[in-house]
Design a protein around this ligand. Sequence first.
Ligand code: GAR
Length: 209
Amino acid sequence: MLRIVVLVSGGGTNLQSIIDHIEDGRMKNVSIACVISNNEGAYALERAKKHGIPTLCISPKSFEQRSDFNAALLAKLDEIHPDLIVLAGFLLVIPPEMVDRYPNRIINIHPSLIPSFCGTGYYGLKVHEAALARGVKVSGATVHYVDKGTDTGPIILQKAVEVKEGDTPETLQKRIMEQAEWVILPEAIQKIADEKAAAEKAARQEEER
Ligand code: GAR
C-alpha cells in the first residue's frame, strides 16, 4: 500500500480525481493518509471531509516567520510518515529541507507542458494566460518529481491538449484539467505504487532465497 499525503491550496479538483480513482477501483494499493492545506478556506478540505479523509490546515499566517511555518509543516509530515507527498494545486514554495527529507518522494502537477510556461510566477490561470498570449496551439499538463528548483524536477508523465480558437484562460484551464490533469496525476501515483509493490516483492523473494 502506498500511503500518500496530498497538499492543496484551493478548489481541489485534482484531489477529487485521486479520491474518485481510489473509490471506484481504478487506482489500487493507494490510500490517502491526510490532506493538508495552507489555506483554511480551501474547498479541497471539504472534499476530503466528505470522503472521511483526515484533514489539516497549516497556514503561514499563524507563524511569524516562514521558517517556523516550514518547520511545522515538516514536523506534521514526519508524524504522518507518508510514502509519497502529492502537490495537487499547492501554491506555496516547497522548502529545501522538505526536499532533502523526502528525496524523489514529492510529486507535483503543473498545468503546462514543462519546460514551457513554468517556474516562478507561473501557477493556476497565469499559466494559461501566458500560453494564450504566446499563441501556442498545443498546451497540456506535466507530473514531475519535486527538486529544489521551481518545476525543474524529473518529468514522470505529460499529456498534450489542443488550444482552440477563441479560448480564454478559463476555457483552456478547464480542458487541460479534464483531458490531462485529472488523468495523468492518478496515473503517475499508480505508477509509483506499482513500482513500490514490485520492489517489495523483489525484496521478499531475495529474503526467501
Ligand atoms: C491546477 O490546475 C494545478 O495544475 C495548478 O493549480 C490548479 C489547482 O486546481 N497548479 C499549479 O499551477 C502549480 N504550479 P485544483 O485545486 O482544482 O486541483
